[in-house]
Design a protein around this ligand. Structure first.
Ligand code: GLU
Length: 551
């Protein structure tokens, strides 16, 4: 067979030479040890925690080493594309602090290794496939869907491995004449790899190969024997071929991707080999798992809203908290480092792939929430205030009016009880924070808790009217509390809890019940930060108004 003639027959319009691409996409000039990583999302519109998890690994590896992190859009599957998906990818990742140095960007491509959309690289892929055909490494296959189904059925019948390989590869050895006549009659074809793997052998004779995985160490896997499709009938490559060509030409050093790609690794190894290119370092990350009824299971798009990145944004998780949490699950030594370096920026932690888990990574919302509390308590109130405003604008527009133009008020609210050596750690995410502080806003104020059982409704009235009479907004905290004690004893409640404990029969309750009554009148709830401090923020007018309302 004259393979050159075959190559020209299949690709009459491709006149370029692969070497030209090697020239255009030179080795990158980077410091020794610099890593080049990429994110290759499909623009399906759904961006999930797994994408962020992987992107974070890419970002850390590249930026820690003085390398490059780029974005390549893997849009070879037209059916799965969604309008605006690229914008979503870029903006969601940016929100969580993951930024690209190069690649697809909002205003066109950025960088010298593009185009960064696979759909715009057809000519490049075809040039390389044409070369493979001319070397006898690839061939056209005209099999129809029915023919492939027949092959599968026959394999099932004989209990042989499924796929297109060896003796089952029907069109592997078509003659040039046969191919010519099929093309002339308008039959469409895909181009397949002519795999050099040994096939038609017993399972125990399958050749094993070794690959060094950055996370998993030495992987021993069976060599590929499948004549996989490289180019689809529309001239667009499969993931396998696009991955190999792109990561070679874009000079990727580390391919970080999910464990779901492990089964196709043998194909990629054979392709790199056939093309005569060095393998990048593969880093196959672990699946994200969650605990359910004592069992670990994969996070699922259908069952777990927390898989979607949008969940974290709409709930109002602060990106710093999410980043902090991700590092905790990514590197087993991170928490220890954090304990030793409580105030260091996360970027100064040296992230390594070796410390990554290679079995399922457990994702735990409760743990994220705990970390978020620690992160938020360190965030200056002014920054938290701006964060709340930005969140409200995007996800709770009815609050914007409460926040904007009243930033001082919100900042004071957010800062309540956060200084001192035992700062309050009740803030987790914006939506929850607002629920926590909503009583500061009249439109959202509601009576949530009942008055204490041991306080009769006439006592509630008496306590509140004495409170109103004696109220002086200028009182300091101890003057204020002295008045509460007096109100307690005037109404038959112990001024000190310990007196009550000694002789409970002498009292209706103690000063704590009296302050709870005031608290519920002012805040609608039995638990809150310090009443005096809250009154200082609410202001004299609103404090008095709320008490009066109950009376
Ligand atoms: N487009 C692939 C995906 O979305 C990328 C896999 C890779 O990073 O190689 O899963």
């Amino acid at each position: 067979m004259n393979y050159n003639q075959l190559a020209d027959l299949l690709f009459p319009d491709i006149t370029g030479n692969p070497l030209e691409y090697e020239e255009i996409y030179q080795q990158r000039k980077l410091p020794a040890g610099a890593k080049v990583t990429r994110l290759g999302p499909s623009p399906t519109g759904f961006i999930h925690l797994g994408n962020l998890y992987g992107a974070f690994v890419d970002e850390r590896l590249a930026h820690q080493s003085g390398g490059v992190f780029y974005l390549r859009i893997e849009d070879t599957d037209e059916k799965r594309q969604v309008e605006g998906a690229v914008e979503t990818i870029i903006s969601s990742l940016e929100f969580f602090g993951v930024t690209f140095d190069e690649g697809a960007a909002l205003n066109g491509d950025k960088g010298d290794y593009g185009p960064y959309y696979q759909s715009r690289r057809a000519e490049i892929y075809q040039t390389f496939v044409k070369q493979m055909v001319s070397l006898g490494q690839a061939y056209p296959c005209f099999c129809t869907e029915e023919e492939l189904n027949e092959i599968r059925a026959a394999q099932e019948n004989l209990k042989e491995n499924p796929g297109y390989y060896g003796k089952w590869a029907k069109h592997r050895d078509l003659s040039l004449e046969e191919i010519q006549s099929r093309i002339r009659s308008g039959q469409s074809f895909v181009v397949r790899l002519r795999s050099q793997g040994t096939h038609d052998c017993k399972d125990e004779d399958i050749k094993m190969i070794s690959v060094e995985d950055g996370i998993r160490g030495t992987l021993t896997i069976p060599e590929n024997d499948q004549d996989v499709v490289l180019l689809k009938a529309n001239g667009i490559p499969t993931y396998h071929f696009a991955h190999v060509v792109d990561d070679h030409l874009m000079r990727t050093t580390h391919v970080v991707r999910g464990a779901e790609w492990l089964p196709s690794l043998p194909i990629h190894v054979e392709l790199f080999h056939t093309l005569g290119w060095p393998l990048p370092i593969y880093c196959h990350t672990a699946q994200l798992m969650k605990m359910e009824d004592g069992n670990k299971r994969k996070l699922s798009k259908r069952k777990d809203p927390e898989l979607s990145l949008d969940y974290y944004r709409s709930e109002g998780y602060h990106p710093k908290a999410v980043r902090e949490y991700l590092l905790t699950i990514l590197n087993s030594n991170y928490e220890e480092w954090r304990m030793e370096n409580p105030d260091a920026p996360l970027e100064s932690f040296e992230f390594t792939v070796e410390k990554m888990s290679n079995s399922g990574t457990l994702f735990d919302l409760d743990k994220l929430n705990d970390i978020s509390k620690d992160v938020l308590v360190k965030l200056p109130a002014t920054e938290l205030c701006q964060f709340m405003i930005d969140w409200a604008k995007a996800y709770k527009p009815d609050l914007v009016g409460c926040f904007e133009g009243r930033e001082d008020y919100l900042t004071k609210i957010l800062d309540l009880g956060r200084s001192g050596d035992k700062p309050r750690k009740d803030f987790i995410f914006a939506r929850q924070i607002f629920e926590f502080i909503s009583y500061f806003y009249d439109n959202y104020f509601k009576a949530e808790d009942p008055y204490p059982e041991n306080v009769s409704s006439s006592d509630v009235k008496n306590i509140l009217s004495s409170y109103l009479k004696s109220y002086d907004h200028e009182d300091d905290q101890s003057q204020w509390f002295e008045k509460i004690r007096n109100i307690a004893s005037d109404n038959g409640y112990a001024a000190k809890p310990k007196d009550y404990k000694k002789n409970p029969e002498l009292y209706k309750g103690h000063v704590g019940d009296v302050s709870t009554v005031i608290r519920i009148a002012l805040m609608g709830r039995a638990m809150s930060p310090d009443i005096w401090e809250i009154q200082q923020i609410l202001g004299e007018e609103k404090t008095i108004e709320r008490i009066k309302k109950v009376l």
